[in-house]
Ligand binder design. Structure first.
Ligand code: ADP
Length: 613
């Protein structure tokens, strides 16, 4: 959900459906995923398969530790009874009589061993949780970084952040709780085995009671799962809205809209915390109800034993202790299953998103053409949605060193063309060829080293000037940085900064003016010595002086590399050899500026508006 609008449609992934069949009021068609209990467990299974060895060791350590605990309890009861009866022999425990010394030594030994094994189990569980958390973060971020531009660009604001932080943290919790559940269930099995050895009848009663209590609580677990699904969606909506709020700070202050923003954020906060509170109430109530039911079952067991006239105190004592401890493991198991039910929607959600990213990988092949230019577009078309074509019938050929201008009204398809030329989107019709090789077959790494882009708004990041120009590329030395900065007419400005190229720009480079930021991003484009430079409205947000500086740069570059300039300002197009006019998604003219005056009415009007005779 966006700040004041409805939910956004996620385009990239195969997101579909509501968040669960029984989730009333769910918004079908929003960026939610279909959820099923089995789906969540299948994802969990896939997630844990690579860690089978660790899980097996954890199970073994938990089982052995519980067996030792059961042995200790039986011995403890025996020792207590022997002391009360003034005997120096303990037993019978599992049909054996033991001298008091030996019984004490075995009890102590089993305690020490149990502690060691439990610590090993704790260590294994922590390691499992940590490794799964790392894997999930990597899986999600790598999938996002390798998905196509169209999917990345359609991603609702704030969603990736929310998935990488709170969703992954819930998955981590799910794995940690699952490890607890494994320990609890194996301990329960060990205790029941110990119980059977002491007295099969009472143990069968315990088993029955646990089964009964577990099934009584099963509708509650289903409700927890449903509410968690809603909780997950409310969290995503909240994250999206908050990130929009961050982006609209200036407008909010300017128009004094703080009140409306505050109300909306309060509303979203209330929605999100309400679903969270409801889930938490159910999750908190579940163990309390379980404990009462379980104690009730113990009471019923004792009543049954007294009714049949069972009077063996040593056996009753041992079975009672084993039973109570079993019930506490049962309770842990029940708590864990309630928590896991709450976490499963998060697991499935992340999995669906990753699959969506993977289904639409960034395009690219392995061919390295002789060059980027000559670059040919033949009858190229692009449609964002099947119903509406944004661009069609574009045919042209770019020669090495040529400067091509692109003009047209807003929404005509100019930026779409830029994204096609950059290879970020694949045409829905027609072909693009670099030196005769279809763009989809070209090696992306090779392409990115030779094609550069300057957008309307310079995007700088927190880092030094040098880092911002270098933009994570290898093999760019200090001299390259200076050359590019000189070409971009920004060298003097950089040298005037306190630490020159090493000056830290602070968040998003806000120490610099719009014009300086734009020239810095031109230096970033030029430092890789591109063959083709594409600029999308590089000067439309700038003052006249900044525009003149950029024009100087472009005219100095003219003929040395191939340039495509999309521009509103006719003055920015001074250097162009040819100009293409795009109107309503169609290329309506392409010619040298002189000839275009007679070819294109749009061009003539644009010149007149700009005051150029
Ligand atoms: P221009 O750059 O000439 O202003 P664009 O290439 O940005 O035009 O847009 C061309 C058409 O494609 C417009 O109708 C616009 O609404 C649509 N469009 C642009 N980007 C998207 C997108 N990401 N999803 C859907 N439609 C889009």
């Amino acid at each position: 959900m966006t700040l004041f609008g409805g939910r956004r449609q996620a385009s990239g992934g195969r997101r579909a459906g509501g968040a669960g069949g029984s989730d009333k009021g769910s918004d079908k068609g929003s960026d939610t995923v279909a959820y099923s209990k089995r789906g969540g467990w299948t994802v969990m299974g896939r997630l844990l398969t690579p860690h089978k060895g660790r899980i097996a060791l954890l199970s073994l350590a938990s089982f052995a530790s519980a067996l030792l605990e059961a042995l200790f309890i039986v011995l403890l009861t025996g020792i207590g009874m022997a002391l009360v009866g003034g005997k120096d022999v303990v037993g019978p425990a599992y049909g054996q009589y033991l001298p008091m010394d030996t019984a004490l030594a075995v009890a102590c030994g089993s305690l020490v061993l149990r502690v060691i094994l439990s610590l090993i189990a704790v260590h294994l569980s922590a390691a499992l949780t940590a490794v799964v958390s790392t894997e999930q973060r990597q899986r999600l971020s790598h999938a996002f970084l390798h998905t196509s531009w169209s999917v990345q660009q359609a991603e609702p604001a704030g969603r990736l952040q929310e998935l990488l932080t709170s969703f992954v943290s819930r998955i981590t919790q799910a794995v940690s709780v699952l490890a607890t559940a494994i320990t609890a269930s194996l301990s329960l099995v060990a205790f029941l085995a110990a119980g059977v050895a002491v007295d099969p009848l009472s143990t069968a009663a315990v088993l029955f009671a646990l089964g009964l209590v577990g099934s009584v609580l099963s509708p509650m677990r289903r409700a927890i799962r449903r509410r968690s699904t809603r909780n997950a969606r409310a969290g995503l909506d909240f994250a999206n809205a908050v990130s929009e709020l961050g982006a609209l700070g200036l407008e909010m202050q300017t128009y004094g809209a703080q009140g409306a923003f505050t109300d909306r954020i309060d509303e979203l906060t209330a929605e999100s915390t309400l679903t969270q509170r409801r889930t938490q109430v159910l999750q908190g109530a579940q163990p309390q109800i379980y404990t009462s039911l379980a104690y009730g079952a113990v009471l019923a067991g004792l009543a049954a034993l007294s009714l049949v006239g069972f009077r063996d105190l040593a056996v009753i004592g041992a079975v009672m202790l084993l039973m109570l401890r079993s019930l506490s493991y049962g309770q842990q198991l029940s708590n864990a299953s309630a928590s896991i039910a709450g976490f499963l929607p998060f697991l499935e959600w992340v999995d669906e998103v990753v699959k969506g990213y993977a289904e639409s990988p960034a395009p690219g092949g392995s061919v390295r053409p002789d060059g980027v230019v000559p670059f040919e577009a033949t009858d190229v078309a692009y449609a964002y949605t099947p119903e509406r074509t944004a661009l069609a019938g574009v045919t042209f050929r770019l020669e090495p060193g040529e400067a091509l201008g692109v003009i047209g009204p807003s929404g005509a398809g100019k930026s779409t063309l830029a994204q096609l030329l950059l290879g970020l989107r694949a045409p829905t019709n027609g072909t693009l060829r670099a030196a005769g090789v279809p763009l989809e077959d070209v090696d992306r790494g090779w392409w990115s080293e030779r094609v550069a882009f300057v957008a309307q708004d310079a995007r700088l990041f927190t880092g030094t000037v040098a880092e911002n120009i270098r933009f994570f590329r290898d093999g760019i030395d200090a001299e390259d940085l200076r050359t590019a900065a000189r070409q971009a007419n920004i060298l003097d400005d950089i040298e005037a900064l306190p630490q020159g190229f090493d000056t830290h720009l602070g968040e998003r480079g806000n120490q610099l003016s719009g014009g300086q930021r734009q020239r810095l991003s031109i230096a970033r484009a030029l430092v890789g010595r591109p063959e083709l430079l594409i600029l999308d409205e590089p000067t439309s947000a700038l003052d006249g002086i900044s525009e003149a500086l950029i024009r100087t740069t472009l005219s100095q570059l003219h003929g040395r590399l191939t340039v495509v300039i999309i521009a509103h300002r006719m003055s920015t197009l001074d250097i162009c050899d040819r100009i293409m006019v795009i109107e309503g998604g169609r290329m309506t003219a392409l010619d040298a500026p002189g000839a275009l005056r007679s070819d294109s009415e749009f061009y003539r009007n644009a010149l007149a508006v700009a005051g150029i005779a």
